[in-house]
Design a protein around this ligand. Structure first.
Ligand SMILES: Nc1ncnc2c1ncn2[C@@H]1O[C@H](COP(=O)(O)OP(=O)(O)OP(=O)(O)O)[C@@H](O)[C@H]1O
Length: 295
């Protein structure tokens, strides 16, 4: 983790209205370098709409979004080029492309070779292509998918498809990665692997903003958590502060957590892994858990 932090993302007074509905109302949020920040809230609270405002899919009705001090243009490809990458709630892979090709697609914002160079396949293009492939393979190693590089992405199991989405987002070498429900539909082992992957991403120098309904995942993972309720930020703070806030409990969580989050589930995962002999030697013990609401 970096020792000096500086703001990577600054959202100021972001408001998004759809006709008469205000989906996001005057939300401020900062993500600093070296941080993992969580964004939680009930269904329909405006989390994805807020992400869409950050990444140029929506032009906020009011407010501004800056990345490393520069206001982001509201165009997704320019946002990616600036250094902000994202994954989506619903998997959006190119199903009939290989795993490697999917990552190479994510790489295109970092390649300078133009159309003519690509068509003529000159030496500049070949060098750029080789470098992109090398970086893509590094990312597949990093996400544990290198052995599947030549598989069609549609043939990957669900958890690996989600990992591939992350690898593809990382291919643009982002300084900030936005993850929209990265563990939705995952089993506890996959959730734990995702938690470790997000820590590794942060440790490599990419700040992370993550939306997730799995409270234990969020509270284990994040340095700070912001809670959206009906489009407004209810509270922002450390996991300890947020999970013990009466308003959050009333509005969202339902019941307070007792003891260290995730310990019981971690024991279940470890028992299952020990039975299957799947836990790699020296792998850190889990601190994460299954989803709260069964997603
Ligand atoms: N394109 C749109 N047009 C009109 N209304 C929209 C649009 N997108 C989202 N909304 C509305 O804005 C509100 C916030 O939705 P949003 O999907 O951002 O919530 P969310 O917190 O991400 O929910 P979930 O946890 O279920 O994904 C909802 O009332 C939704 O119906």
């Amino acid at each position: 983790m970096t020792t000096t932090t500086s703001p990577v993302l600054n959202a100021n007074g972001v408001t998004m209205r759809f006709g008469g509905l205000t989906a996001v109302r005057s939300v401020d949020l900062t993500v600093n370098s070296g941080e993992i920040v969580g964004l939680i809230g009930p269904n329909g609270a405006g989390k994805t709409t807020f992400f869409n405002c950050l990444t140029g899919l929506y032009v906020p009705t009011e407010g501004s979004v800056s990345y490393k001090g520069t206001v982001l243009p509201p165009k997704p490809h320019l946002v990616t080029q600036a250094g902000v990458a994202r994954t989506f709630q619903n998997i959006r892979l190119f199903a009939n492309m290989t795993v490697l090709e999917n990552v190479l697609v994510g790489r295109h914002t970092r390649t300078k070779e133009g159309l003519w160079s690509a068509l003529l396949r000159g030496p500049g293009f070949k060098r750029a292509e080789a470098a992109s492939k090398e970086r893509a393979m590094e990312l597949l190693e990093f996400t544990g998918l290198a052995h599947k590089a030549d598989h069609l992405s549609r043939n990957l199991p669900y958890g690996e498809q989600r990992k591939l989405e992350i690898a593809r987002a990382l291919a643009s070498d982002p300084g900030l990665l936005l993850l929209d429900e990265p563990t939705a539909g995952m089993n506890p082992q996959e959730t734990r692997a995702t938690e470790e992957l997000v820590f590794a991403i942060r440790d490599q120098g990419t700040a992370v903003l993550v939306i997730e309904h799995d409270m234990r995942f969020i509270f284990n993972l994040c340095d700070r958590v912001a809670v959206l309720v009906q489009g407004q930020k209810l509270i922002e703070g450390t996991p300890d502060v947020v999970q013990s806030d009466e308003r959050v409990i009333a509005a969202y969580i339902g019941t307070p957590f007792e003891g260290a989050p995730g310990q019981e589930e971690a024991a279940e995962v470890e028992a299952a892994e020990a039975q299957q002999g799947t836990r790699p030697s020296g792998a850190p013990k889990s601190t994460t858990a299954r989803t709260e609401d069964g997603q």
